[in-house]
Design a protein around this ligand. Sequence first.
Ligand SMILES: C[S@@+](CC[C@H](N)C(=O)[O-])C[C@H]1O[C@@H](n2cnc3c(N)ncnc32)[C@H](O)[C@@H]1O
Length: 229
Amino acid sequence: MTAAPDSPSRDEVLALIASDPPHVHPGAPQGVWAAAKDCLKYISDVAQPGARTIETGCGATTIVFAASGANHTSVFLDASEGEAVVSWCAAHGIETGNIAFVPGSSSQSLPKMEIGDLDLVLVDGCHGFPFPQLDWYYMASHLITGGVLIVDDTQLAAPYQLRQYLTADPRWELIRAGSQWAAFRRIGSGSLDEEWESQEFFSPVGLRVEAAKRKVRALGGRLKRKLKL
Ligand SMILES: C[S@@+](CC[C@H](N)C(=O)[O-])C[C@H]1O[C@@H](n2cnc3c(N)ncnc32)[C@H](O)[C@@H]1O
């Protein structure tokens, strides 16, 4: 999709979001719980016209995807969010015909959706455990080799844990560590179904400490038996 001649440039779109934020999320101080500026800029830089993209969450990021000309899907809670994005875009000369709006919880919607190959995935919906993991599981399995995954709000526990897992997994390359988000390039493709034995690279510190304690206890037991204490 090519942008209409009078539509704003990508940089102008970012400036417009900052100067005239869309009113998407009731209760948000500026009208929208937007991703950080450096995250919006990154999406604006990497989302190419015609790219196959999907996100959980709707708002400033959706506008950036719309302006990029990507074939984009947004999965979010309340239909009013999509409507607010459409009217903000219309007022600012940004096409939204390239966006599929899917209201409803991602836990219900994503398992039922037919999602084809993807170039770019943004996880920025519900931030409570295990939603980032669930969103990642259903969306990132469709990323092609070399496709990009962005996890937003990694200052929060569940997105942080997802980031930790992906950083440990050699099948994901950390390509950008943002202010409170991270981007990974997928090395490989296909289903993410697998057992824990395929994930031995993932060994959080707490688990290693427990394993060390077990070893020490076993050693102590053997020593006692040997000394017949
Ligand atoms: C922090 S906002 C992010 C919005 C957007 N990425 C932006 O930059 O403006 C969180 C979004 O998560 C969505 N959300 C919350 N719970 C969800 C759920 N269970 N399923 C899908 N989306 C959800 C909300 O509808 C909201 O749009």
